[in-house]
Design a protein around this ligand. Structure first.
Ligand SMILES: O=P(O)(O)OC[C@H]1O[C@H](O[C@H]2O[C@H](CO)[C@@H](O)[C@H](O)[C@H]2O)[C@H](O)[C@@H](O)[C@@H]1O
Ligand SMILES: O=c1ccn([C@@H]2O[C@H](COP(=O)(O)OP(=O)(O)O)[C@@H](O)[C@H]2O)c(=O)[nH]1
Length: 801
């Protein structure tokens, strides 16, 4: 592993490098850091990391000598160029900004020009993939083992997959600076699944707001049929962590710039120019998402309704040209120019114009002067990942304490909403009233609102954001490394059976659905879950064996388990351990206190019933604390569509405020009380069991197997902590503190376990990755294993079946 100096290495990969390069002569360049945008993060993380940037330099370079010269100059700024040249147009203007960008911002797909080879989705998509491969090539040329790769934004959605395909051990994070839309919008994208699958290969995914993260997870569950959990997205036992981390700015840069003599001079000039007038400021790229037309309509309405203000207020709008080659951007520019002309025509005079509109960017010091001089900042984005401009305004207003009017559709609305006046930019009347409120706001309220926002902006800086993301990435990577190491092995069948026969008290814990159930096929009419007939005799023999305790631990309810296992001398734990039945058939409630509020159950049941009635061959199980809707036997495609719709209904209705977990399985939707997992239940179950029986022989053999959800796999790790270290004798062990009693706060005898590592068999069914030690393919293998064990139940005696 290579580390530059003492610091770990970080490669930040973004579409654009954070420097602007100017050609000063043949093969010579001058470089300047770009001050704005997400490039602020660079300052934030360089202290702890040796950081290098990989990205497009901002222009084409074809000549090899020039490429080398530019690369050398960029290297001095820790930048590495990716020369996209002929791919750039279709990748950047085409797929990135013409297709993905509008989708991410809820604007829908443009009409496809499929007759024009340069504009068809397919050619643009191919260019996008090609560009992502070009980024990969440059990253790999510079990669050293142990480096962290942080991919930025929607331009690089294929990069996580390409990196992991190249080397699965690379640590990869991806952050989306844009919003992520509702699944209803996202699913219109023709390449929807490929892009999602690719980003899911990263170790950590970051979003600006909770809504974007929630949309992303639910989109993955609906389109890919993967499982969404509170940690992220789980596919085939592999977790991709999802975090919400709103970006920030470098507030000190704005605070100190406002104190520079040059900037104070600019501020004085601006004050003089607009003396006697209040200044409303807008700073946006000239992008459809920024809602500049809506801003002008709101301002126009304000002037219409408030004639007294007409010569006392100006709107200064910096509209930075952007993505000019994309047709939609040309349209919005023309529309905006039309509105500016109309407003100035209606309300202007020889001596004053209400709108000062500029199609240009301004130098960063001048921008600071504008921020600091303005009385009101007006942000009317229709959708915006975050909106750094609003943060920058707040940071620059330390002395003026002006008012921020902020669109509720900007990510920043979720963090600066407390101090800002939040508006719906589509509501022209609301924007107009907010302008009036801002201009007439009493000083006391203005100062208080500013104080709240200023506090947020200085605390949640870009530095904190970068540090938090990278530390989350390290944690996620370490956790996934541990998982990779524990890819389960094939079960050593002979050893398992031999150890079984040599032990004195065996505990067998089994799941039910997919573990012990009868295999179903598409011809089956009977939808009742039934015990696999091949297991009937085996299970009976195991249950009758005095040396063996068998527990079925299932999400199913008491009535189902009773029906299936009524005649067996078996322990049944229904609803993941909420109810426990002993071998004599008596049920007790075994529910933790904090799960008693079950008001949501009724509403969920109604939604499940509605969908069951409309989805042939689907069914649901409703128990007291959980509900499962199963579409395994329904038409595959229709079942998935219905499940997707069902989730929308659930989120919008009965579970919107409930403490529940929703789990989207491959063929099911489950809703159950929060944190109710098999691992959380097993301590309680064993405690209750020990309470009921007097156990003379400690458990020295455990077989635990199921076709389990990722979250229920905590049951496999539960027993790991019960294992006796090999050097501890049984006597020493009995004095040690490692007992269920101490671990799970239940009244059980201290000598419940005497479990050696070799005698613990946790066996996952049908998983490629798992917390279990071993893996088997199907429930048929469970049948074989249990049969082999039961044949040996009288130790060395002859098989009885
Ligand atoms: O590089 P361009 O194509 O000219 O576009 C500039 C950037 O626009 C987008 O910015 C987003 O990132 C900001 C910081 O996270 C966020 O505040 C804003 O809401 C987003 O729109 C784009 O995502 C960047 O990649 C572009 O560089
Ligand atoms: O003339 C200008 C106007 C704006 N900006 C910067 O552009 C960024 C805009 O970021 P924001 O998140 O508001 O929107 P985006 O353009 O990234 O969608 C901010 O950092 C501004 O300081 C700039 O550098 N020059």
């Amino acid at each position: 592993m290579m580390s530059y100096g003492e610091r770990p290495r970080l490669l930040v990969v973004a579409n654009r490098l954070p420097v602007s390069s100017k050609k000063t002569g043949e093969n010579s360049w001058s470089m300047e850091m770009s001050p704005g945008g997400k490039f602020n993060l660079l300052g934030g993380v360089t202290d702890q990391y040796d950081t290098k940037w990989v990205g497009w330099p901002g222009f084409d370079v074809y000549n090899e000598v020039e490429k080398t010269a530019l690369s050398k100059s960029l290297a001095q700024m820790n930048c590495i160029p990716v020369f996209l040249n002929e791919v750039f147009d279709q990748y950047y203007n085409g797929y990135s900004n013409g297709i993905i960008w509008p989708i991410l911002h809820h604007m829908g797909l443009p009409v496809e020009y499929h007759h024009d080879a340069n504009k068809s989705f397919q050619t643009q998509y191919d260019a996008y993939k090609k560009a992502n491969r070009m980024f990969l090539d440059v990253v790999m040329e510079n990669y050293e083992e142990g480096d962290t790769i942080w991919c930025q934004d929607y331009h690089l959605m294929f990069l996580p997959q390409y990196l992991k395909e190249y080397n699965n051990k690379i640590k990869v994070g991806w952050f989306l600076h844009s919003p992520f839309p509702s699944s209803e919008v996202y699913k219109t994208l023709p390449s929807r699944s490929e892009l999602l699958r690719s980003v899911l290969r990263a170790d950590l995914l970051g979003f600006h707001t909770y809504d974007f993260a929630r949309h992303f997870v639910s989109t993955c569950t609906q389109i890919l049929g993967v499982e969404g959990t509170h940690e992220g997205v789980v596919d085939q036992g592999r977790l991709t962590r999802v975090v919400v981390l709103p970006m920030g700015i470098d507030p000190d840069r704005f605070i100190s710039t406002c104190k520079l003599p040059e900037v104070i001079q600019q501020m004085n000039e601006l004050k003089e120019k607009f003396s006697g007038k209040k200044v409303i400021l807008g700073v946006d790229r000239l992008d459809m998402i920024k809602g500049i037309p809506q801003k002008y309509l709101g301002f126009e309405k304000f002037l219409e309704e408030n004639p007294d203000w007409r010569d006392k207020v100006v709107l200064v709008q910096i509209a930075v040209p952007t993505r000019d080659a994309v047709p939609e951007y040309q349209k919005v520019r023309d529309q905006v120019h039309g509105l500016v002309g109309r407003i100035n025509g209606r309300f202007g005079s020889i001596s004053s114009l209400p709108v000062h509109h500029m199609d240009c960017s301004v130098p960063s010091n001048y921008l600071c002067a504008l921020y600091a001089t303005a009385d009101v900042m007006l942000v009317t984005s229709l959708r915006d990942g975050l909106n750094l401009v609003s943060h920058e305004f707040v940071a620059s207003q330390e002395s003026k304490k002006g008012v921020l009017i902020l669109s509720e559709f900007a990510g920043a609305g979720q963090s600066l909403g407390a101090g800002a006046l939040l508006v719906n930019p589509w509501n022209v009347t609301e924007v107009s009233s907010a302008i009036k409120d801002a201009l007439t706001m009493p000083a006391e309220e203005r100062e208080e609102r500013h104080r709240v926002n200023f506090q947020y902006v200085i605390t949640n800086s870009a530095e904190k954001w970068g540090g938090d993301f990278l530390s989350e990435l390290n944690d996620a990577f370490a956790a996934s490394e541990m998982k990779i190491r524990s890819i389960p092995h094939e079960i050593p069948q002979q050893d398992m059976i031999q150890r079984y026969s040599q032990s004195n008290h065996r505990l067998i814990i089994l799941g039910f659905c997919g573990t012990l159930t009868e295999p179903m096929n598409s011809q089956n009419d009977e939808l009742d879950l039934k015990l696999n007939p091949k297991l009937e005799g085996t299970l009976k023999a195991l249950c009758n064996d005095p040396k063996t305790t068998v527990v079925v631990l299932s999400r199913s309810g008491r009535n189902i388990l009773d029906k299936v296992f009524g005649e067996y001398k078996i322990w049944l734990a229904a609803e993941n351990g909420m109810f426990l039945r002993d071998p004599s058939g008596e049920w007790v409630t075994n529910m933790p206190q904090n799960m008693k509020n079950l008001d949501w159950v009724h509403g969920v049941k109604n939604v499940f019933k509605y969908f069951t009635d409309r989805t042939p061959r689907s069914f649901f199980e409703a128990s007291e604390t959980s509900l499962v809707w199963n579409h395994e036997y329904a038409d595959v495609k229709f079942g998935k569509t219905q499940a997707r719709d069902m989730l929308q209904h659930l989120w919008a209705g009965p579970i919107s405020k409930a403490s529940v977990d929703v789990v989207r399985g491959n063929h099911s939707v489950e809703v159950h009380a929060m944190n109710e997992t098999k691992g959380a239940a097993i301590g309680r179950i064993l405690g209750e069991m020990m309470h009921k029986i007097s156990m003379t022989t400690p458990i020295d053999y455990v077989f635990c197997s199921g076709y389990l959800l990722e979250k229920d796999e905590d049951i496999y790790t539960f027993f790991e902590s019960e294992i006796v270290p090999s050097k501890l004798s049984h006597e020493t062990r009995s004095k040690s503190s490692s007992s269920i009693h101490s671990l799970k706060k239940k009244q059980v005898s201290p000598n419940v376990f005497d479990l050696k590592k070799e005698n613990y068999f946790s066996v996952a069914i049908g998983q490629t990755r798992s917390k279990a030690r071993y893996v088997i393919d199907s429930s048929q293998d469970v049948v074989d294993l249990l049969q082999s064990c039961s044949c040996r139940y009288n130790n060395n005696g002859p098989p009885i079946f």
